[in-house]
Design a protein. Structure first.
Length: 495
């Protein structure tokens, strides 16, 4: 049984790891309208931001010209969440604002609280027409569930599913051709034929940030005959302050999900744009080879080759040399973890510095697929156990490779010395235990790790921007990863 939510420092001198469940708030008001145009609700991570400083109270409004009494700003509602964080989230070696929560944004503009203000952020978003139409419905899920005649709240193992997510599941089941598994890996699954549909559905669920500069290019792959497409994302104004003593922004590698079978640069374009804004990093998304045409270890080799290229070409990417992190969702989280493991000094990997941080979003970390959460959440919450078994058969057709560290980072014999990690899971996700166990393994090895389980969410929630809470939590995750990327880095706008 998981303990009550609470802050548990993790690190070399930390107590034993304890997974902590994070229910996101209800009603979904995390990024609702604000009374102060420059303010926002408290951090969606709880009453204390990750940077360590307590959330400030909203300032009172000024009295109007007719000299009516000034109205006090209403108490801000925050989501009822808690986090497990790295030790010394703030202190002498990490002054407040160093990770960007209250520090300057691109061009020196204030950021942090404004990042969570929906009224301000909408000015930089372009929504697909379908998403724009249904967003209002998901903001009032009880009405939609009532019209559909759906049952009451969904509760499993003490967790209650987010009502907006419940409504999305109900609609997915009832619409013609709808499926609760967006990757659709059922009987007769044809990965090549369904890739375009996966990308199309992925792009419908997220707003497209218009304040991000996106460039595409091709870089050398692991062999002379293999080239890799990448996209580089930079929020306008990021890294343009060239003052003496201030370095450029970090680079954050991103490996997309899709079971090593589906997904591409287009399917995760909107998410990468949002990560570039919320993390203040230059994001480099990698189009690695997919199974079954190129099974294991092709994706791993591509990920390592792309990471090596970014480390060796800071001027072309525009990042601070040596400050590169890795991240990914689902199968991409698996690749990010493998890169972090194999680039440790003295491990026989490429001759480049290891990542400064790793962000693993509901990652696949144990290819045996036998965890308790797979059994309890393996049906009915989008990603299914059947889909995962199909993906595994295509990516890892050789059963003898399932328990190798390259295929299952959780089973690597030694986790010491890997990059500090942000591990994010969802309560209604078959892969929840993979993330929790990996965070525990890293903590035992003395690696600083922050583990967040958003208790009412499902697999893939970072790409479900039509759901109010999911969009808010995606912003929060990117913000937290950006701070982790800057741990111990020089302060300043360029950093």
């Amino acid at each position: 049984m998981l303990p009550e939510p609470g802050a548990v420092p993790l690190g070399r001198s930390s107590p034993p790891f304890r997974p902590v469940r994070l229910p996101s708030g209800h009603p979904p008001d995390t990024m609702g309208p604000m009374d102060d145009e420059k303010g926002a609700t408290g951090s969606a991570a709880g009453t204390t931001p990750v940077g360590g400083a307590p959330a400030r109270k909203a300032p009172a409004r000024k009295a109007p010209a007719r000299k009516a009494p000034a109205r006090k700003a209403p108490a801000r509602r925050t989501t009822a969440t808690a986090t497990t964080t790295t030790a010394s989230a703030s202190g002498p070696d990490r002054p407040d604002g160093e990770w960007g929560h209250a520090g300057p944004g691109p061009g020196g503009r204030p950021r942090g609280r404004a990042l969570y203000n929906r009224r301000l952020q909408r000015d930089h978003e372009r929504w697909p027409l379908v998403a724009r139409v249904v967003t209002g419905l998901f903001a009032r899920p009880e009405l939609g569930l009532s019209l559909l005649g759906a049952r009451g709240p969904v509760e499993v193992e003490g967790r209650v599913l987010n009502p907006s997510t419940q409504l999305l599941l109900e609609l997915s089941r009832r619409l013609p051709g709808g499926s609760p598994d967006p990757e659709g890996a059922g009987p007769g699954f044809d990965p090549v034929a369904t890739r375009s549909e996966f990308t199309r559905m992925s792009r419908l669920g997220m707003p497209v940030r218009t304040d991000v500069h996106v460039t595409g290019r091709v870089i050398p792959g692991p062999t002379a005959s293999t080239d890799l497409p990448v996209r580089i994302y930079r929020q306008f104004g990021t890294g343009l302050v060239g003052e003496p003593g201030r370095s450029g922004p970090p680079a954050l590698m991103f490996f997309h999900g899709g079971g090593w079978v589906s997904g591409d640069l287009d399917s995760h374009d909107a998410l990468c744009r949002l990560l570039a804004v919320t993390s203040r990093c230059i994001v480099v998304s990698v189009g690695y080879r997919l199974a079954p045409e190129d099974p294991f270890p092709a994706a791993v080799e591509d990920a390592l080759a792309a990471y090596t290229w970014v480390q060796r070409h800071p001027d072309e990417v525009g990042h601070a040399g040596g400050r590169v992190g890795v991240s990914g969702d689902s199968a991409g989280g698996n690749l990010a973890a493998v890169v972090a493991l194999e680039t440790r000094p003295g491990r026989g990997g490429p001759d480049v510095p290891p990542p400064v941080a790793q962000g693993l979003f509901y990652p696949v970390l144990d290819s045996r697929l036998d965890s308790p959460s797979l059994r309890s959440m393996g049906e009915g919450y989008f990603l299914t156990r059947q889909s995962m078994e199909v993906f595994r058969s295509l990516y890892l057709p050789d059963r003898s490779q399932w328990e190798t560290g390259r295929a299952s980072p959780l089973l690597a014999g030694d986790h010491a010395g890997v990059a500090p990690a942000l591990v994010v899971t969802a309560g209604f996700d078959p892969l929840r235990d993979d993330g929790a166990r990996y965070a525990e393994a890293l903590a035992r090895a003395g690696v600083p790790v922050e583990y967040r389980c958003y208790d009412d969410q499902v697999h893939g929630f970072l790409g479900m921007g039509v759901l109010p809470d999911s969009l808010a939590l995606t912003t929060e995750v990117g913000d937290a990863l950006g701070r982790l990327m800057r741990r111990g880095a020089p302060d300043g706008p360029g950093a």
